[in-house]
Design a binder for this molecule. Structure first.
Ligand code: ADP
Ligand code: MG
Length: 484
């Protein structure tokens, strides 16, 4: 039977069809993200089964291709788990299912949203010799990196380094503005080298972390050990090297580390926000950087932006109309992080309100984020002007998203830890970045007394000193909302 055949919907499908569909949905639900699950399985139903064919009703014609392409195999597998006699899934459009609680499964009732607090994984590894490296995120791969004229050279150089670490392109120096893919390329290269050489010691660190390690080593009189340890590294990746400007001792130590590794033909990869000669670093260091390969990444052009959007949309399993993708690509021009930001918002729209993003809703989101499509686009480059300060509402929204708690709860009276921490984080950010007074913060947070606020802020300060995980969480929110 042709799987797209439009069959007449059997009237009075047996009651067990609903049960069957629910069982199937229970198997499907964990496999896809919540937003797409709700969107694409809302108002669906099993309309019957005939000769080993499970007939699945969809409320709109546009669901048909999407289900065929994305969920058919999954649905079949789930169906077969429950009823092995089912051999195929056949879709039929039945507009009568739309918003019909009687006939379709009420997803929100059967699959209520479970609030999960994001548990950030351990972000650091202590390497064998005690060197600290950040964990390379599997999210970053060279395959997932969209190549355009803006990053072709940088990408090619990374590929070359992967196939021959410590070879011709040593050191590899990538530079460019914020959100243009440097970290992605660096981590992806690290990942790829590790895949080919699982026993290699690949260290990825930011120049800030490197500085901290140097400071720690000096403090504890362990410089010699530090140097010895770094000699065991096969690939040293340092992100955002610009931050060691003005740190003379760190520069000196880095210089020696660099030389040692370089002489032993170990691969060194560095990124910065500007080319070597413009970095405020010692000349002997910048001249070393210039020995290998230097490549820049700039802002993607329209076609590349569109390609990135398509790819990310597929990754998020979100269906966006072509006109929507084109609209975003036209108007969000500065960097890739902003492109992703818009997509995240679109996903939220999907998840929270079960609305398909339209050009109009995207334009609204952009206006909210002060990315008014009608405004002049700011020039791209590493001198990107500082962004406007976010409003406290935006800070609250970011905290709420990060910890998956509602703003309502944060403002409310609950004292459970899951709410307490986000509340303190939000207060802290309001105080630190927006200069809000304790009285004002108290008002915003449901009329709390200013001494209560003061205590919360004190607690937060204390915790920040002891808990590096919390520091990172706060930092992540700051970055997200444009405060860092
Ligand atoms: P940078 O380090 O230059 O500030 P990132 O590497 O953090 O930028 O990139 C910001 C985001 O954009 C990341 O999520 C990254 O995966 C994504 N990104 C950037 N460029 C590309 C690209 N060409 N293809 C796919 N994703 C990209
Ligand atoms: Mg980066």
């Amino acid at each position: 039977m042709n799987p797209t055949a439009t069959l007449p919907a059997p009237v009075n499908a047996p009651a067990s069809s609903a049960d069957l569909w629910l069982e199937i949905l229970k198997l499907i639900e964990p496999k896809i993200q919540r937003g797409p699950f709700i969107t694409w399985f809302k108002d669906t139903a099993v309309l019957g089964s005939e000769e080993g064919s499970l007939i699945v009703g969809l409320p709109l014609p546009m669901f048909l291709t999407w289900h065929m392409e994305h969920y058919r195999v999954m649905t079949l597998e789930a169906a077969q788990t429950i009823d092995p006699s089912i051999r195929q899934v056949v879709y039929t459009v039945d507009v009568g299912l739309k918003d019909n609680r009687e006939r379709s499964t009420d997803l929100l009732e059967h699959f209520p949203e479970v609030k999960k607090r994001k548990i950030a994984g351990r972000q650091e590894v202590r390497m064998a010799e005690g060197i600290v490296s950040k964990i390379l995120s599997p999210r970053y791969s060279l395959e997932k990196f969209i190549v355009g004229s803006n990053n072709r050279l940088a990408h090619a150089a990374c590929m070359a380094v992967c196939s021959q670490p410590g070879g011709k392109y040593n050191p590899l120096f990538l530079y460019g503005g914020v959100g243009l893919g440097k970290t992605h390329l660096l981590q992806a290269t690290g990942n790829s080298i590790l895949k080919n050489h699982p026993r290699a010691t690949v260290v990825y660190t930011t120049s800030e972390d490197f500085t901290n390690q140097v400071v720690e080593a000096i403090q504890h009189g362990k410089m010699e050990q530090f140097n010895r340890r770094y000699r065991t590294v096969d690939v040293l990746i340092i992100d955002d090297i610009q931050f060691i400007a003005n740190k003379d001792r760190t520069q000196e130590i880095f210089f020696h580390t660099f030389n040692t590794l370089y002489e032993e033909r170990k691969q060194i990869i560095i990124s910065a926000d500007r080319p070597p000669q413009e970095l405020q670093l010692e000349d002997r260091l910048t001249s070393r950087f210039a020995r290998g390969m230097i490549a820049d990444v700039s802002a993607p052009d329209y076609e590349t932006r569109l390609a990135i959007l398509r790819d990310k949309a597929a990754e998020y399993e979100i269906f966006l109309d072509r006109s929507v993708l084109e609209f975003i690509a036209e108007h969000v021009t500065r960097n890739v992080r902003e492109l992703e930001g818009i997509l995240t918002q679109a996903v939220a729209l999907y998840e929270l309100e079960q609305r398909m993003p339209t050009v109009r809703s995207i334009a609204e989101i952009m206006a909210k984020l002060s990315m008014d499509p009608l405004q002049d686009e700011e020039k791209v480059g590493f001198n990107t002007p500082p962004k406007r300060k976010p409003t406290f509402q935006e800070v609250m929204e970011a905290v709420s998203r990060y910890y998956s708690v509602s703003i309502q709860d944060m403002i409310g009276a609950s004292r459970v830890r899951e709410i307490l921490l986000p509340r303190q984080v939000a207060m802290f950010l309001g105080k630190k970045h927006l200069g809000m007074s304790q009285v004002r913060i108290g008002e915003v947070f449901g009329g709390r007394d200013h001494t209560t606020v003061l205590n919360a802020l004190k607690k937060m300060e204390e915790k920040m000193h002891q808990d590096s995980q919390l520091l990172r969480e706060v930092r992540a929110i700051e970055v997200e909302v444009g405060l860092a």
